[in-house]
Design a protein around this ligand. Structure first.
Ligand code: SF4
Length: 539
């Protein structure tokens, strides 16, 4: 059995199929499907998700092992949902022991079952970096796939997807897989973005066999990150009137998409939306027939957003201008490079003097406590500080990462809809981060790797932690994969403390109420909150 890495390296067009091991499917059924898919020689791997649409499914490691026994190379999805770093590390150790080396490192959907109790300790860039570290330390040939969505039609959201992909690749990713989408111009956009930067990382395009019902759900942004245009929905409604319910048309669209991906130079196709080996075989064979006329088909696969953002087209969404807060903070950080938010912290007598003061302060618990309160309250109103103790405001354009419900520190997940958060009614915080960076021509600075925070420092003064070298920050990461994890906070501290006894419904209400006032754009995207369907959001 050839490994996935070997198949990808060979330069041949690679096919991967998605196997949704949802809770609704019996494991025996999944394995029967795997046996049939294993008979298709073009299939390089079966990508096993157990967390589609935010719903817990079967154990993907157990399914992966059984799938492999049936001759199909497994690519196991590893999400950052519902587990802290120690649990994720243990999973990786298990995968290592089982010699399951193909891992799809993703943030994952917000769990449907819980609002307040969701645990997001690390993000997908930190996860990719950790897998790459294990590979380097132990020589385990992990092959890391990561997700990217070019199908973002809001300017900053789209730009950040590409920046985040660069971060994932720099962290050690071997291959990227796109989100679902039916817009060939966007497929080209991503390819061109990487080519312009000399990035040769192979990319698989997502080819989803789209039914009318799934399209109608995606039309409202469900599952998060998946979107189908009104025009595409109208076409599918018409097709579904055919005697076969539109099956032939669906398969043909998928085959045409594969042909287009081949034509524009993608490394392969990631086929989802069907588990039927006959359908998959049909798509592959038909795509081969269609390949010579991919340019014609390219013009058909244009179900994007008319007024949406396209990087290489006339831009309907001009970039923002620099605002006062980041300008002042940046100027202070540059003039006084010993400040905690300075991007280029330098050692100096002043810095050492402040360190001395904080060491003295540490010996006086009452004073220490009041200083921590002072820092917290002064940052709370301006930045929404939640006292994480590992302040990275200076690397995030002065937007607090703790105000992201998923606790991301390296960029947005793939679940946004028109720049709105997947979880709560607020603009995605990363939209603002990108807008500020673009306004000051410092997008490249967002490519810095932000390491996992030391969550044991939650509730302590980050300024003290900074001067005493205790926090985990870019350029000074701590080794924190066996300890230092935890759920982080998704609520402001006082609220959280009050809610300890209030019970989940009150907590959920407060979580929603905590949000910033929705912008016009967010209002437009409000209907997206009900998640459903078997498509896993790639983040
Ligand atoms: S200390 Fe942590 S929670 Fe507070 S502003 Fe900085 S990053 Fe945000």
């Amino acid at each position: 059995m050839k490994t996935l890495a070997e198949r990808v390296k060979s330069g041949q067009f690679v096919y991967m199929t998605e196997l949704v091991a949802s809770g609704l499917k019996r494991e025996a059924q999944v394995l029967e499907i795997a046996s049939k898919l294993a008979m298709i020689p073009e299939i390089a791997a079966g990508s096993i998700t157990s967390y589609a649409g935010g719903q817990l499914g079967q154990d993907s490691i157990r399914v992966g092992t059984a799938v492999r026994a049936r001759g199909l190379v497994p690519n196991v999805h590893l999400t950052c949902v519902g587990q802290d770093r120690a649990t994720i590390h243990n999973t990786l150790v298990q995968l290592q022991a089982l010699e399951m080396h193909n891992i799809f490192s993703i943030s994952g959907d917000w769990p449907k079952a819980a609002a307040r109790t969701a645990v997001f300790d690390i993000d997908s860039v930190q996860l990719a970096a950790h897998i790459a570290d294990l590979r380097a330390q132990n020589g385990t040939p992990f092959f890391i796939s990561v997700a990217v969505s070019p199908f973002k039609y809001q300017r900053e959201d789209c730009l950040y997807q590409y920046v985040k992909l660069e971060k994932k690749i720099a962290a050690g990713a071997d291959m990227a897989i796109t989100q679902v989408g039916w817009d060939a111009t966007k497929f080209v956009e991503l390819k061109k973005y990487l080519d312009e930067r000399g990035i040769k990382t192979p990319v698989l395009g997502n080819v989803y066999v789209l039914s009318r019902r799934a399209a109608e759900r995606m039309n409202t942004g469900n599952p998060p990150g998946c979107w189908a245009s009104d025009e595409l929905v109208a076409v599918l409604r018409k097709e579904s009137e055919a005697p076969d319910g539109g099956l032939q048309a669906r398969l043909e669209r998928a085959a045409r998409s594969v042909a287009v991906l081949k034509g524009i130079g993608y490394a392969g196709a990631y086929i989802g939306g069907t588990h039927d080996a006959r359908h998959v075989t049909h798509i592959i064979r038909r795509a081969e027939e269609l390949a010579p006329k991919w340019e014609e088909l390219f013009e058909e696969l244009q179900y994007g957003k008319k007024d949406g953002f396209y990087l290489y087209k006339r831009d309907p969404q001009p970039k923002s201008t620099r605002t006062l807060l980041p300008t002042v903070m940046d100027a202070a950080g540059k003039a006084l490079p010993f400040l905690p938010w300075s991007k280029n912290v330098k050692d100096s007598p002043v810095r050492r003097a402040i360190e001395g003061v904080f060491r003295w302060l540490e010996r006086h618990p009452r004073l220490s406590h009041w200083f921590e309160r002072f820092e917290y309250y002064s940052k709370k109103e301006i930045f929404g500080c939640q006292n994480c103790g590992n302040c990275v405001l200076g690397h995030m354009e002065y937007i607090c990462p703790q105000t992201c419900p998923k606790q991301m520190r390296n960029g947005p997940c793939g679940g946004t809809f028109d720049g709105a958060c997947e979880v709560i009614d607020q603009e995605c915080i990363w939209v603002k981060v990108m807008a500020r960076a673009e306004a000051s021509n410092t997008i490249d600075q967002l490519k810095v790797f932000v390491p996992v925070p030391d969550r044991r420092l939650t509730g302590t003064a980050s300024w003290v932690n900074f001067y005493l070298g205790r926090d985990s920050r870019p350029g000074r990461p701590k080794e924190l994969w066996k300890a230092g994890g935890g759920p982080g906070r998704t609520l402001a501290i006082e609220e959280d403390e009050k809610l300890q006894t209030a019970g989940p419904p009150a907590a959920d209400k407060a979580l929603a109420a905590r949000t910033a006032k929705p912008s016009g754009k967010v209002e437009k995207a409000k209907e997206v909150k009900k998640v459903s369907g078997p498509v896993e959001k790639s983040a």
